[in-house]
Design a protein around this ligand. Structure first.
Ligand SMILES: [Zn+2]
Length: 330
């Protein structure tokens, strides 16, 4: 018997893909009630546990230790993020980085004075964080975490929620770990943007059980009693990333969910019927120049800094300088 959608309760689904991004068999369905895309069937907890502990990152990125260039890119993105949301991060306190990955957020946050707790289910990455970056990262899954209620001022969940087989239950647990007024930052890949921008068929992944767009991300959070913070809502509009606090009343109206399902149906129809992606913003020459500039900066950084730790230290110092500058300007 078909179970209702964990976001909206609807039982109607439509198949939108039968293969993963590598051409392997993987069924993905669109919920007719809200437009969230999910793997069908949703894997069991045991299947997932085995997958995340080892297979996932190795099959995905090819190595446990990230390449220097990837670390540099992650840090560059995070510097921009910390500056954009400096009003939130200036609050400080006890923070949890859940799914710390290769540790760049934890590294920078600790440098800015936050009391960091970091957890990463992939043992190879957790070990890398400890050995190469000097971070205290526990190799554990969410299910193995047992924090007291009200333990954290801020929880970061970046590129993790899409891996969760029961996102409402998992988010409810995280909400419980927040102090009154605490903040949960969630970021996931935007399946709507990817369907527009990627080559036909290069979308789905066994590990990404639920694929969200901006509306379904906010709705699933609301199901767990989390509402987007008004202070950051305009800055995060249209993104698959937002800051939430524990509150009621964030559910999307039924009409908005139905409209979102129609929108995602169209996006997937477009994706499945054309061989080439829709052009992104800007001209071909502009994109080329931007990517060349980024490559040159990476190459220069690579010549100066030979270790993961050195790149992270330099980024932390640079972020501190930049923050002082923008805060000084008010
Ligand atoms: Zn639904």
């Amino acid at each position: 018997m078909a179970e209702g959608c964990v976001l909206c309760g609807a039982t109607g689904t439509e198949v939108v893909s039968r293969t993963d991004r590598h051409g392997q068999p993987l069924m993905t369905v669109l919920c007719s009630g809200c437009g969230v895309l999910r793997n069908d069937p949703v894997p069991t907890a045991e299947e997932l546990d085995r997958f995340y502990r080892k297979d996932y990152r190795e099959s995905y990125k090819g190595a446990t230790e990230p390449r220097l260039r990837q670390v540099w890119r992650n840090l560059e993105r995070l510097k921009v993020h910390f500056i954009e949301f400096r009003d939130i991060y200036a609050r400080g306190g006890d923070w949890l980085d859940l799914g710390a990955g290769s540790g760049e957020f934890t590294f920078l946050a600790r440098h800015l004075g936050a009391e960091m707790t970091a957890v990463e289910p992939h043992e190879g990455y957790a070990a890398y964080c400890r050995e190469k970056l000097g971070l205290d990262v526990a190799g554990r899954t969410l299910e193995e975490c047992d924090f007291p209620e009200g333990r954290f001022d801020l929880i970061r969940l970046s590129h993790v929620l899409e891996h969760m087989r029961d996102p409402v239950a998992s988010l409810s647990v995280l909400r419980g770990w927040l102090r009154p007024g605490g903040v949960l930052y969630i970021e996931v890949p935007n399946i709507e943007a990817e369907a527009r921008n990627r080559l036909q068929g290069r979308l789905f992944h066994y590990g990404h059980i639920y694929n969200y767009n901006p509306l379904t991300l906010r709705h699933v959070a609301a199901r767990a009693g989390l509402v987007e913070m008004p202070e950051t809502a305009a800055r995060c509009a249209g993104r698959c990333a937002a800051f939430f606090t524990a509150d009621e009343g964030g559910l999307q109206a039924d009409e908005a969910l139905i409209a979102n399902a129609a929108r995602m149906r169209e996006v997937m129809r477009g994706h499945n019927s054309r061989r080439l992606p829709e052009p992104e913003e800007g001209t071909v020459l502009g994109r080329f120049l931007r990517s060349m500039t980024a490559r040159l900066r990476e190459a220069r950084a690579g010549q100066r800094m030979k270790t993961h730790r050195a790149i992270a230290e330099a980024a932390a110092a640079d972020l501190e300088r930049s923050l002082k500058q923008v805060m000084g300007r008010g």
